[in-house]
Structure formats: C-alpha cells, structure tokens
Design a protein around this ligand. Structure first.
Ligand SMILES: NC(=O)c1ccc[n+]([C@@H]2O[C@H](COP(=O)([O-])OP(=O)(O)OC[C@H]3O[C@@H](n4cnc5c(N)ncnc54)[C@H](OP(=O)(O)O)[C@@H]3O)[C@@H](O)[C@H]2O)c1
Length: 305
C-alpha cells in the first residue's frame, strides 16, 4: 500500500516521504480500515509516541496521522460491534502506525459508524478537533449554561469546535486569535473577539472557563481572568499557571464512540460546521503539510478519490 512515513524528528513535516509499505494485519479487537480520508496535526511530530512504542523502542519509519474516515475491510479475532463493509470514522492509537496510508489496523473501540450522508472528508476532519473540544468543555471544564468561556485560537481547528459546542450549550463566548481571524471566529459563534496582537486581553474581565490552545504568556495572563471556582483547560501540556481560586487541567484527547456519534449528529443537523482548509491527495500530502501560506482550517488528505 502507499503510505507517508517519517524517520527523522529534526526534519519535521519536510522529512515526510511517500513510500510502499505492507498492508497491516488486524490484531485482537482490531479492524482493518480502507482509508478514504485522513487528518493530521503537525505537532504530532513533536510527540514521543510518533517515534517510539510504549516500551520506548524506536518504531521508525512510522506512519503519522491519527484521524480517519473509511470502510472496514477485515475484523481481528474477538472484534465485536463493527462489520466488514461498514463506514466508520475515528481516532487512531498514538503509538501505532497511523492513517496517512491506504489501510490502517485500529482497535474497533476507537471508531464510530459514519452515517451514509456524511462525506469521508468531513468525517476525517472531526475526530481530534471535535473530541478535544467536547472533552475539554464538558468532561474537564464541566461547562454549565450561562457561563462565559475565553476560547483561544477560536478560528483554528480545535477553537472553532469549542466555540460552536460551548455556544450551543448556552455559554457566552469570547474568542481570540490574530486580527485576520476576527470575522471567522464571530461566524463560528463567538460573541466577542480579542485580537491577541493588538487588543488588551485583560479588558475581557472575568470568565468562568479558559480553553487554551496556545500556552506560554497568553496562558499565564488568562489564568488571572478566571473567576472563583473557574477552570483553566490546557491542551498544550501541563498548565504553566493556575487560577487563584480554581482548577487547572491539561489532557490529551481520547477516542470515544458515543462522543464521536454526538459530534457527527450535530454536523448532520447543521448545529456544527466543519473547519476544513486544504484538501489534498496522498500523492500531494507532503506538499499540503508544508504550505507556503498560512493554514486556514484543517488539512484533510483524501486518500481515495
Ligand atoms: N491535548 C490534546 O489532546 C490536543 C488535541 C488537539 C490539538 N492539540 C494542540 O492544540 C494546539 C492547537 O491545535 P489546532 O489544531 O486547533 O491548531 P490550529 O488550527 O493551528 O489553531 C490554532 C489557532 O490559534 C492561533 N494562535 C496560535 N498562537 C497564537 C498567538 N500567539 N496569537 C494569536 N493567535 C494564535 C493560530 O493562528 P496562527 O496559525 O496564525 O498561529 C490558529 O488560528 C496545537 O498545539 C495542537 O498540538 C492538543
């Protein structure tokens, strides 16, 4: 099969190569999926799991990419809940070969059915950004209707999902980002926007929840805005700052079949809009991951036309 591999961490996305690899076999509780569309987060190449297995042994050349939408072609021993021929989407294991390939072997529990009226490109754009937003807001942030949320990077892949899901849940949304992102963040449902390069973040006043996708100084200054009992949710590693009288939580997204189904249902009935930027082929994927212009939304690789 065709697959993108990485061998050299220092080379980053420029070191990705399109090669021939053997098709994967389904292990216990796995399915093999013929991939129609795949998603990739550039920061994957900085994560240890891209380079080593769970015993810290080198697993290069490894196939990156963890989001997929496709069709089940084989079941492993003991696999239940999915069948051959079924359309699925989901989030692959961080420590195994991923989804920038024609086939992937993946535990069935990491997948959910993809309804027939949802395009594979849409399905592949949702798992990381949708699940991260859902888990950060509702599991870690314990968001309640009427609360206010400061959503950093509100026009980005995760931030646009956070903005829409929090708004639907009855929260007041203050989005942030670059000046050029203002209208996009407002279109996704932010009620206010802070241009982090030109506006004073401190003018926001108090908020109940900060959803941080940036870290560093922005995170430290945001922690000071959190009201008593509020929460700082970080998806960029351990929180560098704590609210004076609240919680700081960092987490790594996990696959969840029920949450994937909630997310795709919202896309079907128009409550959730995707944020897809470049759509490319596997042959052109390396160029797509090394854009000459600023990325605007999620890059999706359409593996099968
Ligand atoms: N923990 C987890 O489970 C998890 C899950 C998903 C993602 N992540 C991480 O979360 C981060 C965001 O992911 P994403 O896919 O949403 O990325 P993305 O699509 O690039 O969105 C990030 C947005 O924030 C903006 N931004 C970043 N730094 C900024 C700054 N200093 N001032 C103003 N705007 C700024 C970006 O603008 P520019 O492009 O102009 O910088 C972009 O619009 C990544 O580091 C990713 O690895 C973690």
């Amino acid at each position: 099969m065709k697959a993108i591999v990485v061998t050299d961490q220092a080379a980053g996305t420029a070191g990705m190569k399109l090669v021939e690899r053997p098709e994967p076999q389904a292990a216990i509780n796995d399915v093999v999926v013929q991939i129609h569309a795949s998603g990739f987060v550039p920061t994957e190449l900085a994560w240890p799991s891209t380079w080593t297995d769970r015993l810290d042994r080198d697993r290069t050349p490894s196939i990156p990419g963890h989001e997929l939408a496709g069709v089940v072609t084989a079941l492993g021993y003991g696999t239940t809940g999915l069948s051959v021929g079924q359309r699925v989407f989901g989030l692959a294991d961080w420590h195994r070969d991923g989804t920038l390939a024609e086939y992937v072997a993946i535990e069935a529990r990491n997948l959910a059915p993809l309804p027939g009226d949802v395009d594979f490109t849409v399905g592949a754009s949702l798992p990381i950004s949708g699940l991260t937003a859902w888990q950060g807001l509702f599991e870690h942030g314990r968001l309640q209707a009427g609360q206010s949320v400061l959503v950093h990077g509100a026009a980005g892949a995760v931030g646009s999902m956070v903005t829409q899901l929090a708004r639907e849940a009855g929260a007041y949304i203050i989005g942030t980002g670059r000046a050029a992102d203002r209208q996009k963040a407002l279109d996704f449902g932010a009620q206010e926007f802070v241009d982090l390069d030109n506006d004073a973040l401190e003018d926001v006043g108090g908020v109940d929840l900060v959803f941080d996708v940036i870290g560093g100084d922005i995170q430290k200054r945001s922690a000071g805005l959190i009201r008593v009992g509020g929460t700082l949710v970080s998806i960029v590693g351990p929180a560098e700052a704590r609210p004076a009288d609240g919680l700081a939580v960092d987490f790594v997204v996990e696959s969840d079949r029920a949450q994937l189904s909630e997310i795709v249902q919202r896309v079907r009935d128009g409550r959730l809009r995707t944020n897809i930027g470049i759509v490319s082929t596997l042959d052109d994927a390396v160029a797509a991951f090394n854009p000459t212009e600023r990325r605007n939304g999620k890059t999706v690789i359409r593996v099968r036309p």
